[in-house]
Design a protein around this ligand. Sequence first.
Ligand code: THU
Length: 130
Amino acid sequence: MSMLKAAEAVREKAYAPYSGFKVGAVVRAKSGAIYSGCNVENVAYPQGTCAEAGAIAAMVAAGETELCEVTVIADSPMPIAPCGGCRQKLAEFGNGDVVVNMFTTSGETTRMTIAQLLPGAFSPQHMKGV
Ligand code: THU
């Protein structure tokens, strides 16, 4: 299945009764396998998790820690951009050149690298010597 098809499919599973904003995300790991995630909200609003976080968690649970491409989709007026926290999460597992494909459900798309989305990310290098 293509990353876009997988992202569309997992978006349908999103649990977003509070915002009504369903998001699907797929990461392709170094092995070539793809992992999907959707946003999962909670009545205690800050406990909700983003689609990207779910996809990353599925990848890590499968034993992979390197992502090579990311696709995100939502029913949005412009291609969905990962939130700040998810940019940091993506930077943990993908180098700056990794492409993030952003889509609307009506087919608009744009792509940016992780480095473009999060220049100067806080990285493990900052903690060298701790
Ligand atoms: N959301 C994501 O899942 N990914 C993003 O990159 C942006 C926002 C979710 C969180 C929340 O459930 C809903 O979209 C509205 O913010």
